[in-house]
Ligand binder design. Structure first.
Ligand code: ADP
Length: 260
């Protein structure tokens, strides 16, 4: 199995090929322990989906990896390099390996679509404007929006905006793509197109994906491994076939019964 959850931190230490590794990660908000000594690791190129009830800590994991919030305890490494704890300069370098697509797109509203894609590659990666634009145009072609280079985000549908957000994340050539409920803010008729695009990306690239979704059909299609969260812990993990067809935990069965 390509991705595993583990209870013993020493077990992860023997797996240097992991692209993402969380060891004994605890995150509290006030008196609430949102993640409780969590261990898990993701091998390169794998597609891992986090499922579980609302409030079980899934988004917090993605936010920790994006360094939008910090753990209270534990360690996080990406591609063998520490993300936490680590000096700020190193965090900035490691962060370049990670792209994220948010539920609400989070595009820069006063920039054109093209500039949304070129801004970070120029500012953060140091690409020339020409190089960044060439790559941006290729990506807009990939997501089916080659004709929208000059548009502002507000002139696009939600589905188109999310495609731009996906292209913008890919423009940084990340090793890991984090997807946080990327279709939940979309009108129902726009969901399928965005999921199809992500399926294509999953099939045609070697990018590692970590995905929080309530779209169980999508999770079943693209995942190598599904992790079921409850109360800040992984209570069950396995192949999508196993988790969706023959889960071991009553809690998983109950959750799937409610969402499927
Ligand atoms: P999920 O993605 O599984 O729905 P989250 O990771 O978003 O869960 O949230 C886990 C818990 O942490 C929830 O109880 C949520 O209210 C709490 N939480 C998340 N972010 C914050 C924050 N910035 N301040 C306080 N509590 C938070």
């Amino acid at each position: 199995m390509s991705v595993e959850t583990r209870t013993e931190p020493s077990a992860t230490a023997a797996r240097p090929a992991d692209l993402i590794r969380l060891e004994q990660v605890t995150k509290r908000f006030g008196a609430d322990t949102v993640l409780d000594h969590l261990d898990f690791a993701v091998r390169p190129g794998r597609h891992v989906t986090l499922i579980g009830p609302s409030g079980s800590g899934k988004t917090t994991i993605l936010r920790l990896l994006m360094t939008l919030t910090k753990p209270d305890e534990g360690t996080i490494t990406v591609d063998g390099e520490p993300l936490f704890p680590a000096p700020e300069k190193q965090v900035r370098e490691v962060r370049k390996k990670i792209g994220m697509v948010f539920q609400h797109f989070n595009l820069f509203p006063n920039m054109s679509v093209l500039r949304n894609l070129t801004e970070a590659p120029v500012q953060v990666l140091g690409l020339s404007k020409d190089e960044a634009e060439e790559r941006a145009r290729e990506l807009l072609e990939l997501v089916g929006l080659a004709d929208k280079c000059g548009a502002r985000p507000a002139q696009l549908s939600g589905g188109q905006q999310q495609r731009v957000a996906i292209a913008r994340a890919l423009a940084m050539r990340p090793r890991v793509l984090l997807l946080d409920e990327v279709t939940s803010a979309l009108d129902p008729e726009l969901v399928a197109g965005v999921l199809d695009l992500l399926r294509d990306i999953a099939r045609s690239t070697d990018i590692t994906m970590l995905c929080v979704t309530h779209e169980m059909g999508f999770a079943r299609d693209i995942s190598d491994q599904v992790l079921m969260f409850d109360g800040g812990r992984v209570i069950e993990s396995g192949s999508p076939e196993k988790i969706f067809s023959d889960p071991e935990q009553d809690r998983t069965r109950e959750f799937l019964g409610a969402v499927l």
